[in-house]
Structure formats: structure tokens, C-alpha cells
Design a binder for this molecule. Structure first.
Ligand code: MG
Length: 382
């Protein structure tokens, strides 16, 4: 990356806190490019293809998975980072890694695994993403995990309980001291939400769980649809949806860039240390934030709690709980690598690591193998 184009408060290699295990500098690549490349080559990244965002992924080939979601977050993060003069490669690396720790079956899977792990320290997908890049990937001779740069790891860890923060040492310190992560990390956090809200609208319409008429009750959607129809009179169907959604993304990204730029100027931020010491700088304007909240509430009530999604949720819960119960009562059912993890991290954590790493379809297959019943989800989808 050409340092001449970076803002003075961007993260650079020269001010980075570096890697836990010292390594020779890469040739013909920057350190944050290397992080991005390591993430893309990881096992956990490939598995995102078969993990659900909202819809179980064999419902149709047209819906987003965690892989395409992560790519969309990376695209938005890079565009916004570049507009603000931030380190685009760091933003990209954080975005590609942000969902690595997600369980099968979307948020349902995470909630259920957290319930199973209640007596053993809980389960949190965000912390799990860090655990994967710090410990669980087995690819390098010299260390466990991917040995990523401090700032990449910092960006992956969006939130953290005080107890976990203590255990994480330097990386957890900001949660105890109340300081902020880099602007690159702040941007990815918002790009994540921006991506899923817009692709859930798109997938919701495509699956016909949502209708255009319903969405017209949401201010930002109605405004962008009117704008699209004014530019392209008579436009209907998928093209109308895309012309509307692309306008929503554009409006959100531009608002975020402008507001963040203003915040940086107003706060007189000049260095990365200033960024860390200042209240969160990356944000939407008040007006855009209330429109976004309106859309999120709409999606929560009409899509995430749609009876078809909820029905799937019940089945997914059962699979996660059944798998957890089976491995806890007979750890010999775990593959050798995870039995070795059990010696190091304790049985419950090793079981959670194993289940969290599964794709939706692998979890269903494993459930069928252990319980000998027909797949509770597949029979539901017609
Ligand atoms: Mg995400």
C-alpha cells in the first residue's frame, strides 16, 4: 500500500504492535496483505461457504452464505477505508475474518451452543473467531493459529466481557481501559451491519418471505425505491429490487463516510493514539441512524421472526443440543485432533470448538450418524 495516500491516523506497519511470534517480513507483500492471504487460505474461511446467514443454505443456491456475506463486508470496508485514507488491507483482513467463529445455523446455532456452554464459560462467536486465528488453525510449523498482526486481531475482537478481557492480556486491555480500536476496525463493524441489512432485504424479497409492499412502509426503502422509479419509470421485478438496494447501500456508505470525516475533524484527531483515546468516531448521522434502526426493527419482526425461519430455528436448536450431549457423554466420538484439544482446553471447550467449526450440512450429517434419524431440517424444506 502506498503510504503517501494514507491519513496520519491510519494503521501502518511501522506503528503496528506486530505479531506474537516474530517472523521475517514477507517479500513483495505488506504485513496486512499477508494477514488477508492467511485468512483466505484457512480452513475456517472455506467452511463459511456452507454456513448460514439467515437461511439454511440448501434452501436455494441464490441466497447469501457467511462466505458471500464476508466478501460483501470486505468490499464495503475497503471502499469506505479508502475514502477515509485508512489502511484498506487491514480493513479487508478484519472483514474477511470477522465471522470465522460462527457456528452452523446462524444466530440460532450460536445461541444454542452458548446455552449448552453456560456452565463452562459460555460461547461467543466473536471470541471464537479470535480463538480460530490464534489457536485452532493448524497450518504452520512454528506456531498454532495464523499469527496475525495485533491490529487485525484487535479488529476481529469487537466486544468482550471483562472476565475474558482479563484473560486476553494486551488485546483485552481496551475493554478494561475503555479505549477504542483503530478506525479500520470501527469501519468494518459498521460495514458488517450495512452488508447484512441490505442482503437480508434482497434475500427476503427473493424468498418471498418479504414483499415490496411491506417494505414500502420502511422510510429508507420507500425513498430509494421512489428514486429508482423516477430514474427508470416502469421498472419492475428483480431490477427494481437491485436498483433500490444499491441506492440504500450508497446512501448508508456516503452518510457514514461524511459523518466520520466530520467527527475526525471536529475531534482534532491526528494520530492512531488519538483515535484510540477518542469516543467512537465511525458512525452515521442521527437521521441515517434512525432510518437504519427502523429497517432493522422491520427485519427483526418480519424476516428473522418469520414463521418459516422460526420453524427452521427449532430444528437447528435440536441438532446443536443433541450433538453437544453426544460428545460430552462420549468424547471418543470426537476426531483425534479435537480429543487432543480436550486435553489442552478441557472437554466442554473442545466440544464447542468442534461443533462451532461444522458447516450446516456437516452438522446435519453428523446428527444423522449419531442419532440414526432422518434429518430434521431437510424434511421441513419443500
Ligand atoms: Mg457478519
Amino acid at each position: 500500500m502506498n503510504r503517501g495516500t494514507l491519513a496520519p491516523y491510519a494503521v501502518t506497519e511501522s506503528i503496528s504492535r506486530g505479531r506474537h511470534h516474530a517472523e521475517p517480513s514477507p517479500r513483495e507483500r505488506g504485513e496486512f496483505q499477508r494477514d488477508r492471504d492467511r485468512i483466505i487460505h484457512s480452513t475456517a474461511f472455506r467452511r463459511l461457504e456452507y454456513k448460514t446467514q439467515v437461511f439454511v443454505n440448501h434452501e436455494g443456491d441464490l441466497f447469501r452464505t457467511r462466505l458471500t456475506h464476508s466478501l460483501e463486508v470486505a468490499q464495503l470496508s475497503r471502499s469506505i477505508a479508502r475514502a477515509l485514507g485508512l489502511n484498506e488491507e487491514l480493513a479487508e483482513a478484519v472483514a474477511l475474518a470477522h465471522d470465522l467463529g460462527h457456528t452452523p445455523f446462524g444466530h440460532t446455532g450460536q445461541d444454542e451452543l452458548n446455552a449448552c456452554m453456560k456452565a463452562f464459560g459460555g460461547f461467543e462467536h466473536n471470541l471464537q473467531s479470535l480463538r480460530i486465528v490464534d489457536m485452532l488453525e493448524e497450518r504452520y510449523a512454528a506456531f498454532d493459529g495464523l499469527n496475525l498482526m495485533f491490529e487485525t486481531r484487535e479488529g476481529i475482537l469487537k466486544h468482550c466481557s471483562p472476565a475474558n478481557a482479563q484473560a486476553l492480556g494486551e488485546l483485552g486491555r481496551r475493554f478494561i481501559e475503555g479505549t477504542r480500536p483503530s478506525l479500520e476496525a470501527q469501519i468494518v463493524n459498521l460495514a458488517d451491519e450495512m452488508a447484512y441489512i441490505n442482503h437480508d432485504v434482497d434475500d427476503g424479497l427473493r424468498s418471498e418471505l418479504l414483499s415490496l409492499e411491506q417494505l414500502d412502509a420502511v422510510t429508507i426503502f420507500a425513498q430509494c425505491r421512489l428514486d429508482a422509479e423516477a430514474r427508470w419509470p416502469g421498472l419492475t421485478g428483480r431490477r427494481l429490487v437491485h436498483e433500490t438496494v444499491r441506492r440504500m447501500i450508497d446512501a448508508l456508505a456516503l452518510d457514514l463516510i461524511n459523518r466520520t470525516r466530520t467527527n475526525i475533524e471536529k475531534a482534532g484527531v491526528e494520530t492512531l493514539d488519538d483515535v484510540r483515546a477518542t469516543p467512537t468516531l465511525a458512525e452515521y448521522s442521527g437521521e441515517m441512524w434512525s432510518r437504519l434502526r427502523e429497517l432493522k426493527t422491520f427485519l427483526f419482526n418480519n424476516l428473522y421472526r418469520h414463521e418459516r425461519v422460526m420453524h427452521m430455528t427449532g430444528k437447528a436448536r435440536r441438532i446443536i443440543t443433541d450433538l453437544f450431549t453426544a460428545y460430552m457423554s462420549d468424547p471418543d466420538l470426537l476426531p483425534p485432533q479435537h480429543r487432543a484439544f480436550a486435553e489442552r482446553s478441557g472437554k466442554p471447550r473442545a466440544v464447542a470448538d468442534y461443533i462451532a467449526g461444522m458447516t450446516d450440512r456437516y452438522a446435519m450429517k453428523e446428527h444423522r450418524r449419531l442419532y440414526g434419524k432422518s434429518d430434521p431440517i431437510r424434511h421441513q424444506v419443500t
